[in-house]
Design a binder for this molecule. Structure first.
Ligand SMILES: Cc1cc2nc3c(=O)[nH]c(=O)nc-3n(C[C@H](O)[C@H](O)[C@H](O)COP(=O)(O)OP(=O)(O)OC[C@H]3O[C@@H](n4cnc5c(N)ncnc54)[C@H](O)[C@@H]3O)c2cc1C
Length: 441
């Protein structure tokens, strides 16, 4: 095998692979088609506010052992913080709140059992019925392969088969499945979900902890990984779109040829568009993925006290308190996330997002208001005052509160059939659609 390795793609996978191989003494050439590294996990500087913005909120977990080892190797593990409290807050229509609190001193998986027992919105009978699911995950605990039949059923079918009530699914498991698999429980295969349960909740308490980057994603890993590769004699080449893979050789669109062992980290929908040797073609080409939409809001005041909140019964499942996560003073930067976003809230419209119907944005902001109104009396009255007064925003414009919202490209772990630009969710590189402000209130 040649010492030269050509890695296709400069996302998390390509850079992690490049670092491992460079560390093992191989000469790495990494080819990335975009002008920046990071793939679906990158950050950019917003020109208007000057803030570094991630292309979407990324949560890590203690059980991301390989990711953490990768960050350790490139010297940036300290830029990832694991939250001490294992607690997930939920909010729903009418301001009702619930919380999954898993006391770490109980150890794993008792901490999860205690968390579930403490959920207010789930009946005791449903909680006790979790024994069947618990018994299943205990059986497949450890690192071994999961039963192959899990690949033939969806998350919903698997949970139904274990007699789990719809209520506990909707209030506990669906948010986990949507967040971790970025698809609806009726669509996603059960394998990934069972893997998440066993890795996150049935290994050790540390594995359950949620982690967030305290810098932009590119600063978390992309720049440092590229430096690591280059310091060991490798090359990281941007604007190098691969056109063809041949035996031991890669050809880019600008006619360059690179020889060596080829490692592709391209998502299947990118890889299948290349000229490939016939023996590489196969069923993998049918793999599809689901979109995700991220909304970044700059509000004139904080609307959340928790680091993040799960939103039950909405198409926007998570609200992240960026001000708190990034220790920003004063302002209410927050990010909303909608997984499996091929649904009614994010219509498959052919119009660009800036012209989405006002109702769409109402749906998004209604959630923010619900959070405000559920945050207690004082914040409710403050919110009314601000709405009457029209407060200045961070960008120096005058607008009602919540003042302003921007949205940018937010392609999920893949995309459904069709061009995302037609679906109105993809923005140009680092670009965004200014949604204006009227609809917000
Ligand atoms: C908004 C959003 C939120 C997310 N939240 C989370 C989260 O909370 N937790 C989590 O664990 N995961 C999350 N994810 C998923 C996570 O970002 C991805 O799983 C991960 O970044 C995928 O990395 P990758 O390297 O496999 O692929 P990619 O990041 O897609 O990298 C592939 C790279 O290949 C390049 N490329 C494509 N074609 C070519 C070509 N022909 N030639 C050269 N280069 C090419 C692309 O430009 C890209 O840089 C989220 C994703 C999004 C979009």
């Amino acid at each position: 095998m040649s010492d030269e390795v050509i890695i296709l793609g400069g996302g998390f996978a390509g850079l992690a692979c490049g670092v491992a191989l460079a560390d093992a003494g191989r000469r790495v050439t990494l080819l990335e088609k975009k002008p920046h590294l990071g793939g679906r996990a990158y950050s950019f500087k917003d020109q208007e506010t000057g803030d570094v913005v991630d292309n979407g909120q990324h949560l890590f977990m203690g059980c991301y052992r390989r990711t953490r080892a990768f960050l350790r190797k490139i010297g940036t593990e300290d830029r990832l913080s694991l939250l001490e409290d294992i607690r997930v807050d939920f909010a729903e229509e009418g301001g009702r709140r619930d919380a999954l609190r898993c006391p770490s001193w109980l150890g794993s998986p008792l901490h999860l059992a205690a968390g579930v027992l403490g959920l207010r919105g789930v009946a005791l009978a449903d909680k006790l019925n979790l024994r069947k699911l618990d018994a299943y995950v205990r059986r497949v605990r450890g690192g071994g392969a999961l039963p192959p039949d899990l690949d033939r059923v969806t998350v919903r079918q698997w949970m139904d088969s274990l007699g789990q009530s719809r209520r506990i699914q909707e209030r506990l498991f669906d948010p986990i499945a949507l967040g971790a698999l970025n698809d609806k429980p009726e669509v996603a295969a059960a394998t990934g979900f069972v893997q998440v349960l066993r890795e996150a909740f049935y290994t050790d308490v540390e594995s359950t902890r949620l982690g967030v980057a305290n810098v932009g994603l590119s600063e978390l890993y992309a720049h440092a990984a590229a430096r690591f590769i280059e310091d060991r004699g490798g090359k990281v080449l941007l604007n190098s779109k691969v056109k063809a893979i041949q035996e031991g050789r890669v050809i880019t669109e600008d006619g360059q040829t690179y020889n060596g062992t080829v490692v592709s980290t391209l998502p299947p929908w990118n890889l299948k568009t290349l000229e490939l040797p016939a023996r590489l073609r196969g069923h993998w080409e049918n793999l599809k993925a689901a979109p995700i939409v991220s909304l970044q809001l700059w509000l004139s005041r904080p609307i959340l006290t928790e680091p993040f909140v799960g939103l039950l019964g909405t198409e926007i499942q998570w609200a992240f308190n960026k001000s708190r996560l990034l220790s920003l003073d004063g302002e209410g930067q927050c990010s909303l996330s909608s997984s499996a976003a091929r649904t009614s809230t994010w219509p498959a419209t052919r119009r660009p997002c800036s012209s989405w119907p006002a109702a769409t944005w109402h749906a998004a902001f209604r959630n923010s208001k619900k959070l405000q109104s559920s945050a207690g009396r004082s914040s409710r009255s403050r919110s009314r005052r601000c709405r009457r007064r029209r407060v200045p925003t961070r960008c120096g414009r005058r607008s009602a509160s919540p003042p302003r919202a921007w949205c940018w490209r937010a392609i999920g772990r893949g995309r459904p059939a069709g061009d995302d630009r037609e679906r109105g969710v993809e923005r140009p590189e680092g670009g965004r659609a200014d949604l204006g402000r009227g609809e917000a209130c």
